[in-house]
Design a protein around this ligand. Structure first.
Ligand SMILES: CC(C)(COP(=O)(O)OP(=O)(O)OC[C@H]1O[C@@H](n2cnc3c(N)ncnc32)[C@H](O)[C@@H]1OP(=O)(O)O)[C@@H](O)C(=O)NCCC(=O)NCCS
Length: 183
């Protein structure tokens, strides 16, 4: 279990079906405006069972075959969010995503702490030379969080970031990993 300066804040890899269910239910229980606010097309979310099964299958795959790898965010012993990486090239790069599920915990600095700890852990576990983050340009919270967590702005461009998204302007940020770059 990864620890941060605040002992109430911990991160750990997704371990089982329950972790996958919590992540899937966060998306499926969200309202349309919330999903659109982070660039997700509500009409593109997979059915619950299918989504959970595919996340579970992926959990079992070796690192270099994974579609995604998830870290649970644990606050005071309770799962409250997750970070994930996809487009993983082990030893090279990946793209990071961040979600604090509990609305009442947002805007209190927790997201930044969880995100920064997750970025370090993803880079360590997958020996990444660089980690990209490409939030929807109109979603202020992640655009702020990434800069506070040591990422730098690269460019803004229009794309459809993934299978759950609509076409949108994203801001690309990167954080390099000096240890992996040196190695
Ligand atoms: C993105 C997210 C993880 C950030 O976590 P958080 O705990 O709310 O963020 P923090 O409290 O650490 O805030 C970090 C900075 O972002 C700013 N911020 C947070 N929410 C904001 C909002 N809704 N609008 C504008 N600024 C915001 C904070 O003011 C702070 O900046 P400051 O230190 O300069 O004041 C969280 O808001 C979240 O899960 N949102 C919904 C999912 C989402 O949008 N994910 C991103 C998908 S790309």
């Amino acid at each position: 279990m990864g620890e941060t300066a605040d002992p109430r804040i911990q991160i750990r890899p997704f371990a089982d079906r329950r972790d996958c269910e919590r992540m899937v239910d966060y998306f499926l229980n969200a309202d349309k405006a919330f999903l659109e606010g982070m660039g997700v097309d509500p009409g593109k979310l997979p059915p619950r069972r299918e989504w959970i099964e595919s996340a579970l299958l992926d959990l079992e795959r070796p690192a270099h075959e994974k579609d995604r790898y998830y870290l649970a965010w644990i606050y005071d012993g309770t799962p409250v969010g997750h970070a994930s990486i996809n487009r993983i090239k082990v030893g090279e790069e990946a793209f990071i995503h961040l979600h604090l599920w509990v609305k009442d915990l947002r805007k209190a600095g927790l997201g930044t702490q969880f995100f920064a700890a997750s970025a370090v852990e993803f880079m360590r576990a997958f020996r990444l030379k660089r980690l990209f983050c490409e939030p929807y340009a109109e979603n202020p919270a992640p655009n702020r969080v990434v800069l506070k967590a040591g990422f730098r702005f690269v460019k803004r461009y229009r794309t459809t970031p993934g299978p759950l998204n609509f076409e949108q302007d994203v801001n690309q940020y990167v954080r390099e990993n000096p240890e992996a770059l040196a190695g």
